[in-house]
Design a protein around this ligand. Structure first.
Ligand SMILES: Nc1nc2c(ncn2[C@@H]2O[C@H](COP(=O)(O)OP(=O)(O)OP(=O)(O)O)[C@@H](O)[C@H]2O)c(=O)[nH]1
Ligand SMILES: [Mg+2]
Ligand SMILES: [Zn+2]
Length: 288
């Protein structure tokens, strides 16, 4: 372990206006500064195999690289304490599709789910599995599903994301009891997490592989996705796009739209289509 600082100015990938030139998961070249103090300077960042980018919370026009060189991402969602919305899950999935990072959805805290939440768990699981995503029901508290999730991590570099309070750090503490990462109960009155983890950190897994704990995401601002390409990042729409009459179809008001037909006949879930519509509306086309 070294304390590193960045030396010189880096030429960033293309024209990305990123708030962080070096991100967790980056592979870098280092130069020793002080052997005793264990300080180094980073002199080069190797090209990224991939990365996940989001809008910087502080500045809409800036990007923040969440992590780089990933094999997969685990989205932790909870149906209670706090509630994760379907819209948030879908935005996350779109981001992963856009950056070619396979996504797995983990519903944590199943120990506190009652009838209402269990029904939702069942219907959302069916919905996401039908379009090709792996979904796992888990409880860090009582151990349900933990082995299945652990198995998925072996030998891979995995990003762990989700709202604050869904149990990301608690999960890592079970993997590494010695780590004792800070965790905190969700707020009693708002039911929301208190943003306990404040920076992304990568851990080496004993059986090989790495996992990255990240701070809870409030809202996921998409970057670099145009209205035109959005439906490519909905797997169930992607396979129908060629059947629309217009090749620039946005699947809203156009005639002979295969996507709208699929929503009407139930092949595409209506909730997913609503998410698509909302995300589409939120994309501001860049005017050059
Ligand atoms: N009932 C229940 N509580 C859980 C479970 N997993 C985690 N928790 C609790 O949820 C609270 C939040 O957990 P954290 O691990 O701090 O959540 P986090 O996702 O790391 O949150 P941030 O760091 O703020 O993003 C803690 O009080 C945990 O004990 C679970 O499976 N069941
Ligand atoms: Mg945390
Ligand atoms: Zn269409």
């Amino acid at each position: 372990m070294y304390n590193a600082r960045i030396k010189g100015i880096f030429k960033l990938d293309d024209s990305i206006t990123s708030t962080n030139p070096v991100a967790v998961g980056d592979e870098v070249e280092i130069e020793m500064e002080d052997e005793g103090e264990k300080t180094v300077s980073i002199t080069e960042i190797y090209p990224r195999r991939n990365y996940i980018n989001r809008q910087a919370p502080s500045h809409r026009m800036h990007h923040h690289i969440v992590a780089a060189n990933l094999d997969q991402s685990l989205l932790f969602a909870t149906l209670k304490d706090p509630k994760t919305s379907e819209g948030f899950i879908d935005r996350f999935l779109v981001t992963c599709e856009a950056y070619h990072v396979p996504a797995i959805i983990v519903f944590n805290k199943t120990d506190v789910y009652r009838k209402k939440e269990l029904e939702k768990l069942e219907s959302w699981t069916a919905m996401y599995e039908a379009i090709g995503y792996k979904v796992i029901a888990m409880s860090v508290q009582n151990g349900t599903g933990m082995d299945e999730v652990k198995e998925l991590l072996t030998g891979k570099s995995t990003l762990l994301s989700g709202h604050s309070g869904v149990g990301k750090s608690s999960f890592i503490n079970v993997l590494f009891p010695a780590m004792a990462l800070r965790t905190q109960e969700v707020s009693g009155w708002s039911g929301k997490g208190l943003h306990t983890t404040t920076f992304a950190e990568m851990f080496d897994l004993p059986g090989g592989g790495r996992i990255i704990d990240t701070p809870g995401i409030r809202e996921l601002g998409l970057v670099d996705i145009s209205k035109q390409e959005l439906s490519h990042y909905f797997p169930e729409m992607r396979e129908l796009i060629n059947q629309c009459q217009f090749n620039n179809c946005l699947h809203i008001n156009e005639p002979s739209c295969a996507v709208k037909d699929a929503v009407a006949n139930g092949f595409i879930d209506e909730e997913r289509y609503i998410s698509y519509y909302k995300i589409l509306e939120s994309i501001e086309e860049k005017s050059y």
